[in-house]
Ligand binder design. Structure first.
Ligand SMILES: Cc1ncc(COP(=O)(O)O)c(C=O)c1O
Length: 437
């Protein structure tokens, strides 16, 4: 579109004949008309833009409210280390944790690929947060959720999942190689849901038969415990499904980059599935390979050894032979003794070990000094952030993840009696437990 001023210049050119004068007058009129309408049109476009901008004051449903979490300076830790330590407030996601991003991405990709259909049941073996997030997000896509959870996980987690309308199976913790490990049961339940839905479809086809649903082919061996309107199942598989990694590579990582204007020296986080540390570290290192990325690893996990020495465990200790003792650590959702597909994507420069005592002390310290009421993995991440600050020295900017809130951890991590039985009663007055006076 020609600029308004340009139109005026051409139409006021000097003319001599009457016809030319009339033409000039008509052109002038046209240009005035244009001058009147074009700015109005521009204005109305601006109004539209304003309207669009105003639309951003609300989110289009729960799904739109996931991600874009605030990055906050953790004042106490920053002041104590003379670094800038930032926490990404993932506990502010609608489902209360970093796993909302993962649940959303897994469901979106599964629907797009046709492995899941609206009305389908998403099954997951999860010690809590991911299950809560799937149960939160699934209804937004017309789906249901079935969760298999180890019975040593905090009871409030399964209570929340059930309250969200999902079904929950609490099972005995066994090795991942056992067929009844909670992850393996969850995988089986998705198959059963597909079998069940297939039977229903076939009975409605009045004799016409199909042997496939959601890409699943029947072997005729499964029975089901799912509702009659079940549209098949899909195993979310947060450990091996790379949608998990992508949620952080495409979301959390870019957000951290933008929120720090690319001015960060290091990122640190613990790993459960490894999705967070992998997605964020890979994104940040692609942006700037000088950004150092670290793991902080709780007791009982083999990842510290893997990152620092290249081997996870001796043969005897490897996952499968070694039943991970549930009391290896009181931190929930982090630590693992196998390399998942998600963790394999991580770009790490090093690792630190963190202890349960440090995590407990850190949680109490942050509550007292910053008013931050955080879960156990977030506390461990903050231990990691201080360790990174100590190793890099003053003046560095370090980012970590505040995965979920302390509300999810009342019966264990914030239970004085429980901690006392394990000899984990906090007693620090400041950060002396990390060697800071
Ligand atoms: C509360 C909590 N924090 C941290 C993590 C670890 O995150 P990731 O699985 O991305 O390694 C999990 C994983 O389940 C979790 O539930």
């Amino acid at each position: 579109m020609a600029p308004v001023g340009g139109g005026r210049t051409t139409t006021t050119t000097t003319t001599t004949t009457t016809g030319a004068v009339a033409a000039a007058a008509a052109a002038l009129f046209a240009s005035l008309l244009a001058a009147y309408f074009i700015p109005w049109k521009k204005l109305s476009n601006n109004n539209n833009k304003k309207k669009n901008r105003n639309n951003n004051y609300y989110k289009k449903g729960l799904v739109d409210a996931i991600g874009n979490t605030p990055l906050i300076r953790i004042n106490s830790l920053s002041d104590a280390t003379a670094c800038q330590i930032f926490g990404k407030c993932e506990f502010l996601n609608p489902g209360g944790s970093v796993k909302d991003r993962v649940a959303l991405k897994i469901i979106q990709e599964a629907l797009e690929s046709g492995q899941l259909r609206p009305g389908g049941i998403i099954t997951e073996g999860s010690a809590g947060s991911t299950a809560i997030s799937i149960a939160t997000v699934a209804p937004a896509f017309g789906c249901k959720c079935h969760v298999v959870i180890p019975d040593d996980a905090a009871i409030e987690k399964s209570q929340i999942i059930e309250a969200l309308g999902a079904t929950v199976e609490r099972v005995r913790p066994v090795s991942i190689t056992h067929k009844d490990h909670f992850v393996n049961i969850a995988r089986r339940r998705a198959l059963e849901a597909n079998e069940f839905a297939l039977k229903n479809v076939n009975s409605q086809l009045n004799g016409k038969h199909t042997d496939q649903i959601n890409g699943h082919k029947s072997d005729g061996s499964h029975r089901s415990l799912f509702p009659i309107d079940c549209q098949g199942g899909f195993f979310a598989d947060q450990f091996e499904n790379l949608a998990n990694f992508r949620a952080h590579y495409e979301g959390t990582g870019p957000e951290i980059w933008e929120q720090t204007n690319g001015n960060l020296d290091a990122f640190v986080a613990a790993a459960g599935t490894g999705g967070t540390v992998a997605g964020v570290s890979k994104f940040l290192q692609e942006k700037n390979q000088n950004v150092k990325c670290f793991l902080v690893d709780p007791p009982g996990s083999g990842l510290f050894n893997k990152v620092t020495r290249g081997v996870m465990y001796t043969k005897e200790e490897a996952e499968g032979r070694r039943l991970k003792n549930p009391f290896d650590t009181i931190t929930e959702g982090i630590g693992i003794n196998r390399i998942t597909k998600n963790f394999a994507e991580a770009k790490l420069d090093g690792a630190f070990r963190g202890t349960d005592m440090e995590a407990v002390e850190m949680a109490r310290f942050l509550l007292k000094k910053d008013g931050l009421f955080l879960g156990s993995s977030s506390a461990m991440n903050c231990v990691g952030a201080v360790r990174v600050a100590q190793s890099l020295g003053p003046g560095h900017t370090i980012v970590t993840i505040l995965c979920d809130s302390g509300m999810r951890h009342l019966s264990k991590f914030y239970n004085a009696e429980y901690l006392s039985e394990l000899g984990l009663t906090p007693k620090a007055t400041a950060l002396e437990f990390l060697g800071i006076k």
